[in-house]
Design a protein around this ligand. Sequence first.
Ligand code: DGL
Length: 260
Amino acid sequence: MIGIFDSGVGGLSVLKEVVKLLPNRNTCYVADTANCPYGTKAAGEVLRLSIHVVDFLLDKGCNIIIVACNTATSAAIDELRVRYPDVPFVGMEPAVKPAAQHSHTKRIGILATAGTVKGRLFNQTKERYAADVKVYAVVGAGLVELVEEGKAESEEVENLLRIYLQPMLEDGVDELVLGCTHYPFLQKAIEKITQGRMDIVNPTPAVAAQTKRLMEQKGLLSAVEGKVEYLFYSSGNVEGLRMMQEQHVPLVGAKYGQMP
Ligand code: DGL
């Protein structure tokens, strides 16, 4: 069973790619909605919450876990790998490298949470792969909450995005990295504002590909014969998770529950 978690519905953007690339696999998704957002919390707190979710996923029988949250990857994945040495983990890599390579103007933008922008992972990646590029690292304050409320296509979202993206547009940024798994749900709104002037780099297909590679390596790739289980748990509003999942990742036979 593939375990996958996020602070909320954002990780569904990763699940969508995973079920596309790896159909007929049992999956268990956890949205830690009661503790969302992670992005404004201290790294130690995000680690504590991540451990709680991972224990729950392991209890459900998961044998590989995708940390479908940039903030939790940044705050927790190193420690999770040490704490659970037998469990393969896949994390969200900030896609700074491809953006820097593809930029013609040598100006790239990343939109992410405060936790990710401050984190070691992003800053190391930036130093390593974007040393010769101007990087706009902008915190998308308020965007996660609006996606959670089902307002991904609202005027409120557009107004915030305009504020965050305007300085990048004015300076000729031509590559925008989506550094939070909630943001692929804002793709339409972003495109409306950027009008083709930026490529939008969405790392979720690469994460699904990495999951497949790791499953192959670990001998976990065999598909389920018979009925596939798609489990969805939330520590908060299960109904909100179900609605978002049915809209973006419709799956036959999905089951829902509360995570304690
Ligand atoms: N979806 C998350 C991420 O990728 C977390 C957002 C949040 O809870 O602040 O960073």
